[in-house]
Design a protein around this ligand. Structure first.
Ligand code: B12
Ligand code: SF4
Ligand code: SF4
Length: 391
């Protein structure tokens, strides 16, 4: 195959076949270097706004030719996922629940997109036997959003997401570098206009400008860290166990958009909105059984359990005190014990204070000793406030 018309036809046939391959949107980008993105990524790094989850080599991030011999085009795909939980169990006093972000509902999207990319590869091979491809989803060196933007999948929005006119921003992205000179698509016009709903709604002001995220302040990032979390961030995390959807939920482009046609991506309500107390003592084996096939498991169980401790504190439900006291007394991980101290103080009351005092006598690890001291000091502050009120 060598004439331009033949490549135009192949691309048209591929677009027609996409739905039957389980792909919701497909586009083609040129494989030229992403020069302006490189500048952007440099500024992002200089400002300290990276998360640390990105590929560190900015040349590899922006030059497809460093990843693939003689690249001719990049095929970008998008798969739509659900945004609404049917029959969601209620979070009630004595039975509080946390929530996983929509990006962690159903089977891990990496698995699903890799499957769709491999179907696409098979389809391409049937038409061009000597095709060469290199597929990637999320963990590859390229910026999935920059590729999708260039391939006309959607525009790069103020909340940083790629928004497609058809599916909103509830799409996962993946791509395939190829040796096929497919004609590129045209990028889509930005439709954010004067709207700033996402920037206004972000609980931590992590969106420092349109399309500019300080990842260190993004709740999605913080929920995926393994260490101790600042007091400010713990308050803002609310009951999020993994990820954050706020800047997408408020987006008018997502209004009424909920996609239920990809079978693997449909949520199990009990898993994605689980009871918090049982999570505290969930062993590794059970965690792997329940969450192992989903996208939230990649950092192991510790961040999710720490976030469950935080959520119980934020609910200020006194029935959680004995469970948090047990974490403080018995959990072998200092991050969980220190966080439990914070949560007990946030709930407050005599039982919480007693649990903290008894732990203070036993605890040997410095970060936990400090967390207990800070928690007990907050009781003192409360008591002196009460004195002032009663005076
Ligand atoms: C690191 C990472 C994170 C970090 C940092 C996110 C960020 N915004 O940078 C954290 C952990 C916070 C995160 C969170 C989330 N992530 Co994430 N993440 C990534 C990852 C691995 C790299 C992103 C990256 O390099 N960011 C650096 C920024 C600077 O570059 P970029 O966003 O890639 O590129 C854009 C900018 O450079 C911008 N740009 C270019 N030039 C210029 C110039 C100017 C002046 C400006 C303002 C902007 C600008 O345009 C580019 C295209 O949009 C990608 C997968 C991948 N390999 O690309 C997934 C990815 C971006 N994440 C994704 C998702 C779903 C999420 C969450 C929604 C998950 C959740 N529910 O919690 C949140 C959303 C948070 C948010 N508002 O962005 C999807 C996005 C899908 C979509 N429709 O856009 C991706 C593509 C994974 C995937 N394959 O589907 N993520
Ligand atoms: S994911 Fe949450 S914390 Fe991060 S930018 Fe969006 S609203 Fe803000
Ligand atoms: S909320 Fe408004 S500004 Fe933000 S991404 Fe959606 S349309 Fe754009």
């Amino acid at each position: 195959m060598d004439s331009t018309a033949a490549w135009v036809k192949l691309k048209a046939d591929m677009k027609e076949a996409a739905a039957s391959l389980g792909i919701d949107k497909i586009g083609v980008a040129s494989a030229a270097p992403f020069t302006t993105l490189k500048q952007r990524l440099l500024i992002h790094r200089e400002r300290g706004h990276e998360s640390g989850f990105e590929e560190p080599d900015l040349d590899r991030r922006t030059e497809p030719a460093l990843l693939f011999e003689d690249p001719q085009s990049i095929i970008a795909i998008a798969i739509a996922y659900p945004s609404k939980l049917q029959d969601a169990p209620k979070s009630e006093p004595g039975a509080r629940r946390g929530i996983l972000s929509r990006s962690a509902w159903g089977v891990d999207y990496h698995t699903v997109l890799r499957d769709r990319l491999s179907r696409l590869e098979t389809w391409l091979r049937e038409h061009v036997p000597n095709v060469r491809v290199e597929s990637m989803v999320d963990t590859g060196a390229l910026s999935d959003r920059a590729v999708a933007e260039r391939a006309g999948i959607g525009w790069s929005a103020k909340n940083c997401a790629i928004i497609t006119p058809e599916w909103g921003s509830w799409v996962y992205l993946g791509e395939m570098i190829t040796n096929l000179p497919l004609p590129p698509d045209i990028p889509i016009t930005d439709n954010c206009g004067t709207c700033t709903a996402c920037i206004d709604a972000c609980p931590t002001d992590a969106l420092v400008g349109p399309g500019q995220l300080n990842s260190q302040r993004c709740i999605s990032f913080v929920t995926q860290t393994k260490g101790l979390v600042s007091d400010e961030m713990m308050r803002k995390i609310g009951n999020r166990l993994y990820g954050c959807d706020t800047c997408q939920i408020v987006c008018p482009e997502n209004r009424g958009k909920n996609w239920t046609h990809q079978p693997e991506l449909q949520p199990d309500a009990e898993k994605v909105k689980p009871l918090l107390v049982p999570l505290l003592t969930m062993g590794n084996r059970t965690f792997k059984e329940v969450y192992g096939s989903g996208a939230s498991a990649w950092r192991g169980r510790k961040p999710i359990q720490r976030n469950a401790v935080i959520a119980l504190g934020n609910f200020k439900d006194k029935s959680a005190i004995p469970h948090l006291a047990k974490v403080l007394a018995e959990d072998p991980r200092f991050e969980l014990r220190a966080t439990a101290a914070w949560s007990l103080a946030r709930i407050g009351g005599d039982d919480a204070e007693t649990a903290l005092r008894s732990a203070a006598g036993r605890e040997r690890e410095e970060p936990v000793i400090e967390a207990i001291a800070a928690a007990l000091a907050s009781f003192k502050d409360e008591a002196s406030k009460e004195d002032e009120c009663n005076a």
